[in-house]
Write a protein that binds this ligand. Structure first.
Ligand code: 8YV
Length: 319
């Protein structure tokens, strides 16, 4: 208990709107200061400048300027697997540890990718809207959809999540292809080294690569056109991986057959043109958003903070 008394004085910042279970766990352990997402690091309250940990998530991240404004910062605990908006090199250079939440969300993210694939290819969202509007009852005939079974499915990025998606789709895919920087010797699926060949050979492309500067705009017009008018894109990674204006243009001009999107370039803003398209299925960044996974993510963030302040290795360290 003496240990709890000590730790309760440690100031930490909850940056952005955090999950309620996570906030509760933080408040049990630390003195928690709330900081709104996007706050100006140069005008921080002096109490916040004492913070030894910053807790946030992928969509908010942590800039070098924010780290510099927190001279006592030891650790950044992320409530997300993605850390593309955290200046990792700066954290490393400053000796700031960073943790994320891998594994606990893999199954749910993979499930949503598969759900979006079916929803898009089988017109589930458009048909649902049609039934609700009363058009079916008035005699309108829904259009026939494409089929999932037998399709050549390409996974862009074969990390933990990409692999979980591939395993789910293996029983139904005609062929499973993947593209990543290097082939994975343990993966039984077809590796395609050239990204345009990969897109040409895929009928559905599921974007599962991690975000960040290297992947920015990876899915460009050339790749979208290689997929073609019958092609479908599913994205559960980061909006920045796809050139979004090109995606919207290709969908509008029917150079691309459809898209199932959980992530966007400028969340929560979704390009207006997509809202009117019934060959597109839209989700508000929900891939990890199940009760069970969000609880596991909160617990993992807390376990990383506990380990750090106990002087132990972080269970899921990025840095
Ligand atoms: C979100 C995610 O971070 O893990 C990631 O990288 O994008 C998601 O799990 C989650 O929505 C937290 O808000």
């Amino acid at each position: 208990m003496a240990c709890m008394t000590n730790i309760s004085r440690i100031p930490v910042i909850a940056y952005g709107a955090l999950n309620p279970r996570l906030i509760e766990g933080l408040e049990q352990r630390f003195t928690v200061h709330l900081l709104a997402a996007g706050a100006d690091p140069t005008t921080l309250d002096p109490a916040l400048r004492e913070a030894r940990a910053l807790v946030t998530f992928g969509a908010v991240g942590a800039s070098a300027a924010l780290m510099n404004a927190l001279p006592k910062l030891e650790m950044i605990g992320l409530f997300s697997v993605g850390y593309d908006k955290v200046d990792i090199e700066h954290a490393r250079a400053c000796g700031i540890r960073v943790s994320n939440t891998p594994d606990v969300l893999t199954d749910d993210v993979a499930d949503l990718a598969v759900g979006l694939l079916y929803a898009t290819v089988r017109n589930i969202a458009a048909n649902d809207a049609m039934v609700r509007r009363g058009d079916w009852a008035r005699g309108e005939k829904p259009a026939l959809s494409g089929r999932v079974t037998g399709r050549r499915i390409g996974i862009l990025g074969l990390g933990r999540i990409g692999t979980a998606i591939a395993k789910r789709l293996e029983p139904v895919a005609g062929e499973l292809l993947y593209h990543s920087r290097h082939p994975r010797p343990d993966a039984p699926w077809t590796y395609v080294a050239n990204r345009l060949d990969f897109a040409r050979r895929s009928e559905v492309m599921i974007v599962a690569t991690s975000g960040g500067p290297e992947a920015r705009g990876l899915v460009d017009r050339a790749m979208i056109d290689a997929l073609g008018p019958q092609g479908v894109i599913v994205n559960i990674s980061r909006g920045s991986v796809i050139d979004e204006p090109e995606l919207v243009a290709a969908l509008g001009e029917r150079r691309l057959g459809g898209a199932g999107l959980d992530v966007f370039a400028d969340e929560p803003h979704v390009p207006q043109a997509l809202l009117a398209m019934n060959h597109v299925v839209l989700q508000p960044h929900q891939a990890s958003a199940t009760v069970e996974t969000r609880a596991a993510m909160a617990d993992l963030v807390l376990a990383n903070l506990d380990a750090h302040f106990a002087g132990e290795p972080l269970p899921t360290a990025v840095v």
